[in-house]
Design a protein around this ligand. Structure first.
Ligand code: 5BU
Length: 279
């Protein structure tokens, strides 16, 4: 028996009605990890070599709650190297989230979960556009089922990039189509705009999690149309997980930065607790 509880605060206390309403087992798992690590940070590990990726995860693993990848960004990708990264993620209690942004019809998306990268075998979560219709969720879940696994889809309801075409109407349709779908883990919201994000939060109503890219302690514009908002503001507006890339991997001291993002995210989460309706 453990002498100490696994977490200092119970996930049900920290997550309130989200804990009750998000029945997806992976959503529960994420909420537990956030309480163990006191962090709502999802690392966007956008690095180009296997060694850099493994070094980064080794450095910041204790301070992040999930690991987001772009498997097709890696120059020296090998199946063995990727397996090592997956093992490192597991050692650090991290779900693997491949930000693949699937967008094809359901059947092809199912097939794309296999292929060279065999995403279905290691990713717990993937992103998808609903542009082809939300049968894509069934296709992706069938991909996991093909290897006797279960995963969760994050539907893009908003994006952080300038000029994106995800309108209010589109967002409403995504939420309506996904909010009761058991294969949907959550939605991607725009972390760079607290007003937009709050609207998404109201629509989702705590029934799914909202994860947000476009977050950086240095707010403003990023490269090539990326926009950034402040992590505390994003969480107060309804983000349940801040996706941070260059704010961590692009600075001199990634470990220190990860600690700082974790601290800010957790403090904001506890601040949000003060308003029960926003739990
Ligand atoms: P950054 O370095 O913090 O800007 O990285 C952001 C990451 O989030 C990067 O991996 C993008 O692919 C990802 N992202 C995004 O920036 N904006 C979006 O709307 C979506 C994903 Br969806």
């Amino acid at each position: 028996m453990r002498a100490q509880p696994e977490w200092l605060m119970e996930p049900s206390d920290v997550w309130g009605h989200r804990w009750e309403r998000c029945e997806n087992p992976l959503a529960r798992r994420y909420m537990e990890v956030t309480c163990r690590k006191e962090s709502l940070v999802i690392l966007a590990a956008d690095l180009r070599t296997m060694d850099e990726l493994k070094d980064l995860v080794g450095l910041v693993g204790p301070h992040i709650a999930a690991l987001k990848t772009h498997v097709d960004l890696v120059d020296d990708w090998t199946a063995d190297g990727w397996n090592e990264l997956c093992e490192l993620a597991e050692e650090n209690d991290l779900m693997l989230f491949e930000d693949r942004k699937f967008a094809d019809i359901g059947k092809i998306s199912r097939g794309q979960m296999a292929g060279v990268y065999d995403i279905r075998s290691w990713a717990d979560l993937v992103t998808a556009h609903g542009i082809s219709g939300t049968d894509i969720v069934d296709g992706l879940c069938a991909g996991w089922a093909d290897v006797q696994r279960e995963g969760g889809v994050l539907l893009l309801a908003q994006m952080s990039s300038r000029g994106n075409l995800l309108s209010t109407k589109y967002r409403e349709k995504m939420v309506a189509a996904g909010v009761n779908n058991p294969g949907v883990f959550g939605f991607i919201g725009n972390g760079s705009d607290a007003t937009e994000l709050a609207e998404l939060g109201v629509a989702v109503g705590g029934r799914k999690l909202i994860w947000t890219p476009g977050v950086n302690l240095a707010v403003g514009d990023g490269e090539m149309g990326q926009r950034y908002g402040n992590p505390r503001e994003a969480i107060l507006a309804g983000s349940d997980g801040i996706i941070v890339g260059s704010g961590i991997h692009g600075v001199n001291n990634p470990r220190g930065a990860a600690e700082e993002y974790a601290r800010v995210s957790w403090a904001a989460k506890l601040e949000r607790l003060q308003d029960y309706n926003k739990l």
